[in-house]
Structure formats: C-alpha cells, structure tokens
Design a protein. Sequence first.
Length: 209
Amino acid sequence: MRSILVANAKGGCGKTTIATTLAGAFAQVGLKVTLADVDRQHSSLGWLERRPAQAPRIEGIDWSKKIDSVRKKTQRLIIDAPAALTTDDFKLLLKQADVVIVPILPSAFDRDAASAFLWRIDALKPIRNGKKSIAVVANRTRLHSRASRALTDFLYSLDHEPVISLPDTVLYTDTAETGLSIFDRRDGRAKVAQEMWLPLIDYAERAAA
Ligand SMILES: Nc1ncnc2c1ncn2[C@@H]1O[C@H](COP(=O)(O)OP(=O)(O)OP(=O)(O)O)[C@@H](O)[C@H]1O
Ligand SMILES: [Mg+2]
C-alpha cells in the first residue's frame, strides 16, 4: 500500500480538494483507494456520499476520532488532515504516510502560516533524514498576481519549490458538488486540468515506491 497525507495547519488551503482529486485519479486507473477523513467536518466523507454509484469506487473511513486500520486490499491510502493540526497529531499521521502534500494559497497570511508549519515538519526525524518527503502545491494561483509570484519566490527561498501550481478555477468546486473529481470527467477542460496533476502524482508515486 502507498499512502499520501495531505496536510497544512492552515484552514481552507485545499487539503480536501487535493485529497479527493488524488483519490479520484487513483480510482480511475483501477486502483483500490481508501480515503481517510481525519477532519471532524467530514468534508471528504461528504464528498463520497455524493459520489455517484457508477463512478469508480473509493472506500471512505472516519479517522476523526482515532486512526483505524485500513482494509488489507487498499493500494492507495489518501489521508485528508484537518486544519490546526498539532505537531503530535501530525506525527501520528506521518507514521501512516509515505509522502506529505502541503497545499499553500497565495496570500501573505497563508505564507506566514505555511512557513511556521513547514519549519515544524521539516524538523521531524523521518523528514529530516529523507525517509519521507514533502511536496508543496501552490493552490489557487492567478496569472499576473503579485501574491502568486510572492508565493513562488517564498517557496524557493524555503527550498520547497512547488511540485505543481493549480489555478484558481470553479472547475474544482463545481466538480466536487457531485462527488466527482476532475479525473472522473472526460471533457476537454477537465483533461487540460488533469495534465497539471501528473508531476504531483508522479512525485507521490516515486516517493512512496
Ligand atoms: N484550485 C482551486 N480553485 C478554486 N477553488 C478551490 C481550489 N482549491 C480549493 N478550492 C475551494 O476552496 C475552498 C477550500 O478548499 P478545501 O475545502 O479543499 O480546503 P481545506 O484545506 O480542506 O479546508 P479545511 O481546512 O476547512 O479542511 C473550497 O470551497 C474549495 O472548493
Ligand atoms: Mg478539508
């Protein structure tokens, strides 16, 4: 089993969007996927409830109270972490994961919070010694935006250059409405968006292998 933890101490940065999209991507290629929702808001589990029966199946599990075992058959485990995660709670989740994805929004407030979070997790042993790696995603970026440029510069300065940058688009919000991910869609717009995820999927697959 390969396992991906999506986390950032900051709320609303796109953790659930990334967790559900990755779950959709892996399910679409026929892998057995489990989506573990650690957040009491149960956004990922709500998304699964809306998911149509004919879409590739994703198993949902509730980890908001405790970390439970995962079905033996699971090939990809995606863990959707809550905001305001303490270092101790993060460490528990990190034990379950091969790679951590950290989404960050282009704003000064989000940069400050992310800087503190990355500093905290970079210091943890499995990350320090390279056993587990971190992939940063610049999320909701906008062309020609000062904040988007500042985010990229900031991430380079921290030696965490983004593996991918995702644009700010209603495609994600609209697609999630019906329990689908962009990987469950065949239209041109979704296909263009899917391409952008390939470096991240590749990164996670290689880090977890
Ligand atoms: N690339 C994007 N473009 C447009 N909207 C986005 C994008 N990514 C996320 N969103 C929207 O931003 C909001 C927050 O995203 P999401 O719920 O994924 O964040 P989160 O980090 O899981 O939040 P929380 O900390 O509350 O769990 C949602 O309304 C989501 O649809
Ligand atoms: Mg969430």
